[in-house]
Design a protein around this ligand. Structure first.
Ligand SMILES: Nc1nc2c(ncn2[C@@H]2O[C@H](COP(=O)(O)OP(=O)(O)OP(=O)(O)O)[C@@H](O)[C@H]2O)c(=O)[nH]1
Ligand SMILES: [Mg+2]
Length: 310
């Protein structure tokens, strides 16, 4: 590597774009120097506001992220964008599409876009995203925007890293609202029904309003947008800024390190369990099959075994 990590971090802090690109490449796959870079930037972290957009494929997330970036730039804010590519080979084109859609910002120094491929296993993706967030934060981005498809557990985890979580829905869900992956709607700070140019949007918005109560027991606000035309994006951006400001003041705003710790612990435990070839696990599994113990009890026993064997 031509530059030392020290020089790289100096460049990053000074807002050097090449240093940003380089640092992201180094940390996104947890390569060598990752620990050193993250350690050196750690005093700079926690300034950026991380906004996650998640939702079903084709709901309009990328279009909305593009419009959101535009709204933020008009307000003089700098933005890093991380598009998380689900592992499906079908999505190769979507990522390309994302790049093209973001290209009106490609000449803009205040915007930096990076796509992450979800190689490897669950948890690896949230770690990669977390690393890239840290690097963008240290660079001085005011906002960091994450786009993820809300299809699997790993995407829920990635979305969970965000300070402000937006779930994007398309109109005409009907009874399918029930089918939206459990746990996705509940994590939202704001639910957005996009494609409000579709007459079904109003009904979908009302169905969502009727159904959703957030983690704190309060109703989750439902907003409508036409991302393609930028309609509703000013109101959405206002709302995001308000929620972000409140969170930065509250304890909840300091949650990111805790969430990352949880993700790291789960990932660690998962890989330990995958590696384990213990007859004790087999015995527990057999007991579950015979109905002698429940899953929760067995899981507690597994944690004990894992702790002892370390
Ligand atoms: N009618 C209408 N179409 C929209 C709107 N927003 C986005 N679209 C279209 O919906 C399609 C999907 O939009 P994307 O922004 O790629 O959706 P996405 O959620 O990022 O899709 P994936 O990343 O593939 O999951 C595109 O053809 C968009 O042009 C909208 O407000 N109204
Ligand atoms: Mg997309």
């Amino acid at each position: 590597m031509p530059l030392s990590v020290d020089d790289l971090v100096i460049g990053l802090r000074a807002g050097n774009r090449a240093a940003l690109a380089r640092a992201i490449t180094l940390v996104e796959n947890n390569g060598p120097h990752t620990g050193e870079i993250l350690q050196q930037v750690s005093p700079d972290l926690g300034r950026a506001i991380v906004v996650g957009f998640t939702g079903a494929p084709g709901a309009g997330k990328s279009t909305m992220v593009g419009a959101f970036v535009k709204a933020l730039r008009t307000r003089g804010k700098t933005v890093g964008v991380i598009a998380v590519d689900p592992s499906s080979p079908l999505s190769g084109g979507a990522v390309l599409g994302d790049r093209i859609r973001m290209s009106e910002h490609s000449e803009d120094d205040g915007v930096f876009v990076r796509s992450l491929a979800s190689r490897g296993h669950l948890g690896g993706l949230s770690r990669s995203a977390a690393h890239v967030i840290d690097v963008m934060d240290a660079y001085g981005m005011d906002y960091i925007v994450l786009e993820t498809v809300g299809a699997g557990q790993s995407e829920v985890e990635v979305a969970d890293i965000a300070d402000v979580k937006i779930v994007v829905c398309a109109p005409g869900l009907g009874d399918d609202v029930q089918a939206i992956k459990a746990g996705i709607l509940e994590i939202a700070d704001i639910l957005v029904v996009n494609k409000a140019d579709n007459p079904l949007a109003e009904r979908t918005a009302r169905q969502l309003e009727a159904r959703t109560t957030g983690e704190t027991g309060t109703k989750i606000p439902v907003m409508k947008t036409i991302a393609l035309e930028g309609e509703g994006l000013e109101a959405l951006t206002d709302r995001i800024e308000t929620i972000a400001a409140l969170q930065k003041q509250s304890e909840k705003g300091k949650d990111r390190p805790r969430k990352l710790l949880k993700a790291a612990a789960l990932e660690y435990l998962g890989s330990e369990l995958d590696r384990q070839d213990s007859p004790e696990y087999d015995a527990l599994a057999a007991k579950i099959v015979r109905g002698e113990i429940g899953f929760e009890e067995a899981a507690r026993a597994v944690l004990k075994i894992a702790a002892v064997e370390k």
